[in-house]
Every structure is written in C-alpha cells, then in structure tokens.
Design a binder for this molecule. Structure first.
Ligand SMILES: Nc1nc2c(c(=O)[nH]1)N(C=O)[C@@H](CNc1ccc(C(=O)N[C@@H](CCC(=O)O)C(=O)O)cc1)CN2
Ligand SMILES: Nc1ncnc2c1ncn2[C@@H]1O[C@H](COP(=O)(O)OP(=O)(O)OP(=O)(O)O)[C@@H](O)[C@H]1O
Length: 218
C-alpha cells in the first residue's frame, strides 16, 4: 500500500541482523526470553537421571527406526551428546551396521555453518570448539537426514538449541534441504520460541515419550 501523505513505513523500524530484517527491540526481547528458557531447560536436563535418559534414547531410537525404513547408503548426521542431550550413540552404531553413513557436526569457526564429518564406531575423535568431540578424519559429507538434539521445541516445530544458531545457518546454506528430525526429552515442549526470520523449523520431531510430530513418510 502506498501512502503519499507521509509517515514512515513500518519497515523503517527494522534493522538488518545477519542480513535479516528484524526489529532490534523484538530481537533483544526474544534473545532474553530464549536465554531464560535455556537456563530452565538445562536445569530440567540436569534433574533427569542417567537411566531415564537412556530409556528415552531407546524409545527415540525405536521411532527413528520406524521413520527411516531404508538407512542403507543414506548420509545421516547425528550428534555426540553434550549438556544432558539424549545419548543416541547406541542407535548410531546400529544404523552404521545397517549400512547408513553416519556423520557428526563440526564447528569449523564460531558463527559459520557446520561441516558434517563421517563417523564410525571407534573412529579417531578429538575435542573441537566448546570441547565437543568430533571425528578427526574424513571429507565433509552432505547429509540426506539431519538428526538434531532440541533443548526446546515449539508448537510449530521451531527448535531452541544451545544458542549458536548453527543448524539454522547450516541449513540455510544448503542447496537441498535434508530431512531435519529434532529429538529431545518430553519436557522440551514449549508454546513458542518466538521464531525470528532465520529460524528454520524441524520437519519431524521425536520425543522421549515416543511422540512423533510433523512429517511422517508414507
Ligand atoms: N551434541 C551437539 N553437538 C553440536 C550441536 C548441538 O546442539 N549438540 N550444535 C548445534 O548447534 C553445534 C554446537 N553448538 C553450540 C552452540 C552454542 C554453544 C555455546 O556455548 N553457547 C554459549 C551461549 C550462546 C548464547 O546464548 O548466546 C554458551 O552456552 O556459553 C555451544 C555449542 C555443533 N555440535
Ligand atoms: N541463518 C543465520 N544467519 C546468520 N545468523 C544467524 C542465522 N541463524 C541464526 N543466527 C544468529 O545466531 C544467534 C543464535 O540463534 P538461535 O537463538 O536461533 O540459536 P539456536 O538455534 O538455539 O542454536 P544452535 O543451532 O547452535 O543450537 C542469533 O542471535 C542469530 O543472530
């Protein structure tokens, strides 16, 4: 709508943050909200027992097996668990044995997209940025499926992660979007993370209570 009588267009109140138009006050409020929610959810994870987490990882693994019915030859990015994330390493081993090509995320540089490096049981690992173990060798692979640990997940399947924006940046830089599956504990459910323009939702979400939301193939 054009208006010749003057007054600024609402977009003049916006500013570019990392190339995205966002109202700076909104961005600040949302960042503060997310920081508080992360603290709350880390605390929830801390009060989850090892055995409950292992049990939930098993439930999630069984659902992943149902969702991904032909793992052979597929490049599947998973994660090495940090900060109370569910431990899917037993599932990674099984998927590897079933012929999947498992890869793990590597932070090459803070604020830059992730690289995914091939992983196999007992492969050589080293500690990378933030002390996260990553495979030492191998060329970067393009994942067909990305399994991402969610700290929080909202009604629209937007993910709250550790606050680096890595998956968003990585997915935004890909030519072809992989199938993105978020996994997490049932308490990860949130009403909204107040998505900002750079947030990319998960296509499917599997939680530790066996719930599956979003896209379910055939
Ligand atoms: N297991 C696992 N590996 C992963 C991820 C993940 O979520 N889980 N990542 C998925 O992205 C990447 C690492 N992401 C990270 C993002 C932020 C921080 C971090 O320490 N952030 C600051 C606070 C940032 C902020 O709130 O402004 C901190 O906690 O001190 C660590 C790792 C790659 N590897
Ligand atoms: N595609 C992008 N391009 C540029 N900057 C981005 C992009 N995505 C996110 N960011 C920046 O990263 C910061 C953290 O984003 P956000 O709160 O979405 O993290 P997160 O998804 O919880 O983190 P992670 O994926 O690392 O677990 C934001 O302040 C944002 O400015």
């Amino acid at each position: 709508m054009s208006d010749s009588t003057g007054g600024s267009e609402p977009c003049f109140a916006h500013e570019l943050i990392d190339g995205h138009p966002v109202d700076p006050q909104t961005a600040k409020d949302v960042a503060r909200f997310r920081t508080r929610e992360r603290a709350r959810l880390y605390e929830m994870r801390r009060s989850t027992s090892q055995s409950d987490n292992a049990q939930m990882a098993q439930v999630v693994g069984a659902e992943l097996d149902r969702l991904i019915n032909a793992p052979q030859g597929q490049n599947i990015a998973v994660y090495w668990p940090i900060r109370g994330e569910m431990d899917l390493r037993p599932w990674m081993t099984k998927a590897h044995e079933a012929g999947a090509n498992i890869a793990l995320p590597v932070v090459l540089k803070k604020g830059q997209p992730l690289e995914f490096r091939p992983w196999a049981p007992r492969c050589k690992m080293e500690r990378g940025i933030w002390n996260i173990p990553v495979p030492v060798d191998g060329d970067a692979v393009q994942p067909d499926i990305v399994i991402s640990a969610v700290l929080g997940i909202d009604n629209q399947l937007y993910r709250l992660g550790n606050g680096g924006g890595y998956y968003d940046r990585t997915l935004a830089a890909m030519d072809k979007l992989p199938w993105v599956i978020g996994v997490g504990q049932p308490f990860a459910r949130m009403k909204s993370i107040f998505p900002l323009p750079w947030d990319i939702p998960m296509q499917t979400v599997v939680l530790g209570d066996g719930s599956v939301q979003g896209h379910i193939p055939n």
